[in-house]
Design a protein around this ligand. Structure first.
Ligand code: ACO
Length: 330
């Protein structure tokens, strides 16, 4: 029988070694551990140092996912790297392909901010469902610390660095049970890491833009409102496509943006707290990495077991948001 279903058969993750706790942040901006912990649930975050890069942490996460899946790098057909913070604007996935020795794999970056992992999961699944590829390495990784304004207390308290990876494999039965992806570019201005042009006149009459990217700007209240409204809706839609009810969900893994968002979404969906996976106290918001990082930790801890039904949702800049319902393992 042709294997046109998708299974997610292994995970791995990696974070930088340096950690910065809330107390440390008080040396940078006017804030307190109490303010940050009660408003966000975040206690500390990992920050990439001089000898670390997106390539190094994403490669480490990938090696672990490959080992957990019981395949080799040479088996991989496609590498998708979901990131907004590449080491090279031309893409970082190719460098990871070389580090892994995944000689057969085609590799490219995919950008959908904090929704990147869910968008990547659905993208990877299309290649498998059409019979084109059998083994896909999907990585979510970000080093937002590069682009945070460390003088802006409204944003610098939120973000951290990390990477997570999964292996998707062609399978007889399809474990990706349902999904829904959304974009609303009219609200793009609520969350940006934008390029700012400045004009350079090359020769008289010929001007080019030679600018740079500016630190992250965010309208926290609007992003909060957006997440709490849209995430339950999109999970409901994905559940509908999966022909499942909320009580059949074993685990809810949301993009780890803010504990208050996690609590509000779970409450709106009527999902009890013990099913909600949360690790943002330790890592903050790691953007595209947050879902696979939380997934991998829960698998390592023995919480998530083969056959468990997981509802996951990413949301963030774009604005983009999406949900995927899948069953863990083959
Ligand atoms: N420490 C102390 N005080 C602070 C801090 C801080 N770090 N930041 C803001 N304040 C102050 C403000 O100046 C303000 O003071 P004022 O009342 O004297 O003007 C007061 O605290 C309240 O500020 P608000 O911005 O209204 O605080 P709010 O309750 O909205 O909390 C927060 C801010 C935590 C950012 C919240 O809006 C939030 O979580 N929004 C969602 C943001 C998010 O999750 N973004 C990422 C998701 S998308 C993605 O992942 C890319």
């Amino acid at each position: 029988m042709e294997k046109l279903g998708v299974a997610i058969i292994g995970s791995g993750s990696a974070v930088p070694t340096t950690s910065l706790d809330n107390q440390g942040l008080t040396q940078l901006v006017d804030t307190s551990d109490e303010w940050i912990a009660t408003r966000t649930g975040i206690k500390e975050r990992r920050l990439a140092g001089a000898d670390e890069s997106l390539k190094t942490i994403a490669t480490m996460a990938s090696f672990k996912a490959i080992a957990a899946a019981g395949i080799t790098a040479a088996d991989i057909d496609l590498i998708l790297l979901a990131t907004s913070t590449p080491d090279d604007l031309f893409g970082t996935a190719c460098q990871i392909q070389a580090e892994l020795g995944a000689t057969k794999a085609v590799a490219f970056d995919l950008t959908a901010a904090c929704s990147g992992f869910v968008f990547g999961l659905v993208t990877a699944a299309q290649y498998i469902r059409t019979g084109v590829y059998q083994n896909v390495l999907l990585i979510g990784g970000d080093i937002l610390s590069r682009w945070v304004d460390w003088q802006d207390r409204g944003t610098c308290i939120l973000f951290g660095d990390g990477a997570g990876a999964v292996i998707l494999q062609a399978n007889e039965s399809d474990r990706l049970l349902g999904f829904e992806l959304k974009t609303d570019g009219t609200q793009n201005h609520y969350l940006n890491l934008a390029y700012k042009a400045s004009t350079d006149e090359l020769i008289p009459g010929v001007k080019v833009n030679k600018g740079n990217f500016q630190p992250i700007t965010m309208n926290g209240k609007e992003v909060y409102r957006f997440a709490v409204q849209r995430v339950p809706e999109v999970i409901d839609k994905a559940l509908f496509h999966a022909n499942l009810s909320v009580d059949q969900i074993d685990w809810l893994i949301l993009h780890q943006a803010n504990q208050r968002i996690l609590d509000a979404v779970a409450q709106r969906l009527n999902i009890p707290a013990h099913k909600v996976i949360s690790n943002l106290a330790e890592y903050g918001n790691t953007s595209a990495a947050s879902i696979p990082l939380a997934l991998d930790e829960a698998v390592q801890q023995g919480k998530i077991k083969p056959g468990d039904i997981i509802a996951t949702s990413g949301f963030g800049a774009g604005l983009t948001w999406g949900a995927a319902i899948f069953q863990w393992g083959r």
